[in-house]
Design a protein. Structure first.
Length: 258
């Protein structure tokens, strides 16, 4: 067997497949948060090199289904549903949920703790899906009245959205893909490849038709400026909260037997 050495053959990675974003903003993004086109000189992979692992897969090779963060993200909605059902049963047994007056009187009896607990729960639900944030947006006007409940919703949702952006900017997709479905993440990542991503993002925040929490995380992986993001959240969030929170809560109060 010959021992002569030569150049190691290499195979080029296909250019039609854009590399995945890694920690922080590993890919350069163009204006308004859009990705720039890949360079014509693509990195090469040595034959026999280990395949690259997904950002969502742990580095030690542990299957993703055993990832504690991913597992918590899958089970937390069930936990939130169980907690909600327990509170409903308790409210019916104690009479708190027998009428709107009883419910609001109970919330008032908590003093400052009522708004504080609601704000913390609403902010946390935006960052991590323990309880669907939409349910708490509806609950705000019901518990505290139309004006006060909407203000609490606005403060909590904006705070959670700002936290999402900060977390994504420092961690990147490695955490986002563990919280959300990878297919869903890839779907909305396509938005960032558009030169009009900022406009699309602002429209999605204004209208309650898109997964705002995920979009806020994804915006943090782009080169969108912090100032631009803050302005979009503060100026566009109120309209969705008013349309969704006040609208749905009005229907709930109308058709509930209170």
């Amino acid at each position: 067997m010959s021992t002569a050495t030569g150049s190691v053959p290499v195979i080029a990675r296909p250019l039609d497949r854009a590399p995945r974003l890694t920690r922080g903003a590993a890919l350069a993004h163009g204006p308004a948060g859009a990705h720039t086109a890949p360079s014509s000189v693509d990195p090469v992979l040595s034959v026999g090199s280990a395949p690259a692992t997904s950002a969502a897969a742990p580095a030690d090779g542990v299957p993703s289904r055993r990832d504690p963060v991913r597992l918590a993200a899958r089970l937390s909605p069930l936990l939130g549903l169980a907690i909600s059902a327990t509170l409903v049963v308790w409210g019916l047994q104690t009479g708190v949920l027998q009428s709107l007056e009883n419910l609001q009187a109970f919330i008032g009896s908590l003093g400052a703790w009522g708004p504080v607990v609601f704000l913390l729960a609403s902010t946390a639900s935006v960052v991590f899906p323990i309880v669907p944030a939409g349910l708490l947006v509806i609950a705000g006007p019901v518990l505290f009245g139309a004006l006060e409940g909407t203000v609490y919703n606005y403060v909590a949702v904006c705070a959670g959205s700002l936290l999402n952006f900060l977390i994504a900017r420092h961690v990147g997709l490695s955490l986002i893909e563990r919280i959300f479905s990878e297919r869903t993440v890839e779907k909305f990542l396509g938005w960032t490849r558009s030169a009009h991503f900022t406009r699309a993002f602002a429209l999605a925040i204004t209208l309650p038709v898109a997964p705002d929490d995920l979009l806020c995380y994804i915006a943090g992986t782009t080169r969108m400026r912090w100032r631009t993001y803050v302005l979009i959240i503060l100026l566009c969030k109120p309209w969705a909260l008013i349309a969704y929170g006040l609208g749905i809560s009005a229907l709930v109060l109308r058709y509930l037997p209170w």
